[in-house]
Design a protein around this ligand. Structure first.
Ligand SMILES: Nc1ncnc2c1ncn2[C@@H]1O[C@H](COP(=O)(O)OP(=O)(O)OP(=O)(O)O)[C@@H](O)[C@H]1O
Length: 249
């Protein structure tokens, strides 16, 4: 079993608060690994440390065997660490295809802003169309992003993240704000990615977590209290206790 990601003893303090406390975790190559935990457990802090947006106070992060603990965020992306573009990054007045084209170009070191440069580059459009084919937006390449529903924008974020060709994709609450039908669509989209790349999924929607995750790690007050299969997590009294009294269980 090879690991795409190995985290050892990761720690982040905000003043007196220990947001991630000696976190150790590994993600196997090809697996969907969910990270769950109550509000304020430290999930976003951990994701931000993995991306390089927050510097850890202690601990190590290895991606595909490379120590990336002190690497700048863009270098981590070049090594295959992907994250969904947040909705605020979508260019609302441009088409779906143009947004994906810009993400493809950005990966190749192009400028995300200068757009006329990509108009003539056939390879960018070929890859863009390939990414869109088979996606839920395949019939809507020329739609203006502002006209998409919330769920469609989440799908677009995901396609744009895939344009960076990640080996490990970090997904921070992909189901947030989605209705039932859109959630089911996102679950199917993510299921189809299983095996193609590795995914670390932070998600509050437990139906989605149980439907998708090969393994689940549970973070409580900055500490991983267990890692196991869906059945192991469901049956663990420590997990029930952690969620007791919250709406998330
Ligand atoms: N920049 C910051 N400065 C100070 N405290 C912070 C900062 N970011 C997060 N925290 C605190 O660290 C703890 C962990 O927060 P974090 O956002 O990582 O939790 P989370 O598990 O992602 O929560 P949620 O599920 O609600 O998004 C919380 O107590 C939060 O208030």
């Amino acid at each position: 079993m090879t690991e795409i990601l190995r985290i050892e003893g990761l720690q982040k303090r905000f003043g007196g608060l220990v947001a991630t406390d000696n976190v150790s975790l590994d993600v196997h190559t090809g697996e969907i690994h969910a990270l769950i935990g109550p509000n304020g457990a430290g999930k976003s802090t951990l994701i931000n440390q993995l991306c390089g947006e927050l510097r850890q106070d202690a601990g190590m992060i290895h991606l595909a065997g490379r120590d990336i603990s002190h690497m700048a965020a863009p270098d981590r992306v070049d090594l295959g660490l992907g994250r969904t573009f947040q909705m605020t990054c979508l260019l609302e007045d441009f088409t779906v295809r143009e947004n994906v084209g810009l993400a493809v170009q950005a990966r190749d070191g192009g400028n995300f802003r200068v757009f006329d440069r990509i108009m003539g580059r056939a390879s960018v459009w070929e890859e863009t169309d390939h990414l869109l084919q088979g996606s839920l937006l395949s019939e809507r390449p020329d739609d203006i992003v502002a006209d998409l529903s919330h769920g469609e924008k989440k799908q677009l974020e995901l396609i744009m993240a895939l344009a960076t060709q990640p080996r490990l994709l970090l997904l921070d609450e992909p189901m947030a704000g989605l209705g039932h039908v859109e959630s089911q669509q996102m679950i199917e989209t993510l299921k189809a990615l299983r095996g193609e790349l590795s995914i670390l999924l932070v998600e509050h929607d437990m139906d989605a977590v149980f439907a998708l995750a090969d393994r689940i790690s549970v973070l409580v007050y900055g500490q991983i209290i267990m890692t196991g299969t869906a059945d192991q997590v469901r049956g663990d009294p420590r997990v029930r206790e952690a969620y007791l009294g919250t709406e998330d269980a």
